[in-house]
Design a protein around this ligand. Structure first.
Ligand SMILES: [Zn+2]
Length: 355
């Protein structure tokens, strides 16, 4: 089973640009594990070890933000209007419980109401299906009432979580696996790695604002200037649904994201990841994505960075919930720890020459 900090992290609210509560938790975890902390002005945060070692800089990153919404206004009747944060399908918003995080950090709960069949019978009335038409009903009687409850424009709105372990004990259902999983894994790596045994400087942490266009990774990579960047991020499995060109299966091992529209995996990195996984008999699957990860942003830093994404299979991401498999967690962790053992100057030169 996963360490406690995985659960703690998915329970925290943190849509893009509202990562403060997540970052505070991450900081508390990284501080005792690190020689120094590095935070850029947008809020991405990394802990470094082996900083005096004569070796290449390796950066391992999740992202702190999750998909959700922001308060864009309050109607006269006291309903809350929303702007989506990140790509969320409008279909999954209907009938969801959501929480507004007000300025003191507490939650104002509400629901996006769906019209019952009784109100749809006349034929003229339609179910609300567009984000612009949704209202979050927090039970306020008027705009003034909503304000006195602490609601303000610009506050973040997150899906109410319903953390569930499946009956077989192997899968975990929760909001925000994308990408508190990667954030928690970066911490996990720092807890688990044998610092003396690895030949590199290591920076582990998480970026902000990934879900709105990979923004945080640009500034954090500028700050760290890594030789190798490993994004740890959830990739959506399509195994529940038929006829998907994307693929991906839960429980089939970590994903080598060999192609996405913004990042074609560096051929030297691909070879290195494949060889490492094969050598240690770690289960993996090839994955073609239609999205992007922070690796896409970081590869274009300075004169280019050797990047890869170690994908964590996850079903139903970018909705109110998602599902991961404990075996895939083991595979992701194992391959990263194995890669770190090999990443010295010679290996980096070899990867570079295999482009
Ligand atoms: Zn993600």
């Amino acid at each position: 089973m996963l360490k406690q900090h995985y659960r703690d992290l998915v329970e925290l609210p943190g849509v893009s640009a509202h990562e403060k509560l997540v970052r505070t938790y991450v900081k508390g975890m990284l501080e005792p594990l690190s020689e120094a902390l590095f935070q850029d002005k947008l809020g991405s945060l990394f802990g470094g070890v082996n900083l005096a070692k004569d070796g290449p800089k390796v950066m391992i990153a999740g992202h702190m933000d999750e998909v959700g919404a922001m308060v864009s206004g309050i109607t006269d009747k006291g309903y809350v209007k929303l702007i989506p944060m990140g790509s969320v399908s409008a279909a999954v918003m209907l009938a969801q419980h959501l929480d507004i995080v007000i300025d003191d950090g507490s939650f104002v709960p509400g629901v996006i109401g769906a019209k019952p069949p009784h109100l749809l019978r006349d034929g003229a009335s339609k179910q609300v299906t567009d984000f612009d038409d949704f209202v979050l009903d927090i039970g306020a009687d008027s705009k003034e009432h909503a304000k006195t409850l602490g609601v303000k424009v610009g506050q973040q709105v997150v899906f109410h979580n319903n953390y569930t372990i499946t009956k077989d004990g192997k899968k975990i259902i929760s909001k925000a696996w994308d990408d508190r999983f990667g954030t928690a894994m970066a911490i996990d790596i720092l807890q688990s790695v044998d610092k003396q045994a690895i030949p590199c400087k290591l920076y582990c942490g998480a970026n902000v604002q990934e879900e709105v266009g990979l923004r945080g990774a640009g500034t954090s990579a500028y700050m760290i200037k890594p030789d190798v960047f490993i994004a740890v991020d959830c990739s959506p499995c399509a195994d529940t649904f038929e006829d998907s060109e994307v693929g991906g299966s839960l429980g089939a091992g970590f994903m080598i994201r060999f192609y996405d529209p913004r990042c074609i995996m560096h051929q030297g990195m691909k070879k290195f990841v494949e060889e490492t996984a094969n050598k240690h008999q770690i289960k993996f699957q090839y994955y073609k994505s239609l999205g992007g990860t922070d690796a896409a942003q970081v590869q274009l830093s300075e004169d280019g960075v050797l990047v890869c994404t170690i994908g964590m299979p996850a079903r139903y991401i970018h909705s109110s919930t998602s599902m991961i498999h404990v075996d895939d967690y083991e595979a992701v962790k194992a391959v990263i720890l194995a890669m770190l053992q090999e990443l010295d100057f010679n290996k980096v030169a070899e990867i570079k020459s295999n482009v």
